[in-house]
Design a protein. Structure first.
Ligand code: AMP
Length: 165
């Protein structure tokens, strides 16, 4: 006997209400953004966007013998402006933009939980070998996420005709 599926078996895209798009603000992630926007539009879901500024001390192993605060301030200013431009391009309103500070994986998880997201969309390079062992951001987001995660393939091996520009 087949057990009844809760929710009448409706597990389609229309179940997503709040979609969180994670961006590193590179050209590459515009492809990811187009997917997320199309998906959110077809589901009638809210589209949110998150960018995490990685602390320089973290990127350089926490052992830099100089004061990085003014550099970090400049990075923050630039990220703020880039995120605003990016969000404008994809029609994401101000209240749905999240500029955060810390490790991307943990910050994406934190925002997804605090903002009750039901889908996270990230780009994935589908790396192999050592990079796979070390783990990419997409990998980190997938592990420990409290909601669904969609990984959109990005990178040089994507043929232009595969792109929905
Ligand atoms: P990576 O594994 O670093 O090449 O990044 C893959 C994907 O993770 C990107 O396409 C973004 O979706 C997401 N991502 C990477 N870095 C960040 C960041 N600093 N803030 C938000 N999302 C990020």
């Amino acid at each position: 006997m087949v057990a009844p599926i809760p929710n009448g078996g409706n597990t389609g895209m229309a179940d997503y209400r709040r979609v969180l798009l994670a961006v590193d603000l590179t050209e590459e992630c515009r492809r990811v953004a187009r997917r997320a926007r199309a998906l959110a539009a077809s589901a009638g879901a809210e589209l949110h966007i998150v960018h995490a500024i990685e602390p320089l001390s973290l990127a350089y192993g926490g052992d830099v013998p100089m004061d990085l605060s003014s550099v970090q301030d400049q990075i923050h200013e630039q990220a703020c402006a880039h995120l605003a431009d990016f969000a404008e391009d994809f029609g994401v309103p101000e209240g749905h933009r999240h500029l955060v500070f810390g490790r991307p994986e943990s910050e994406i998880h934190r925002i997804a939980e605090s903002e009750a997201m039901d889908l996270i969309v990230v780009g994935s390079h589908g790396r192999h070998g050592l990079a796979l062992l070390l783990g990419s951001t997409a990998n980190g987001v997938l592990h420990g996420a409290s909601c669904d995660v969609l990984a959109v393939r990005v990178g040089r091996d994507i043929a232009p005709e595969d792109d929905d520009a």
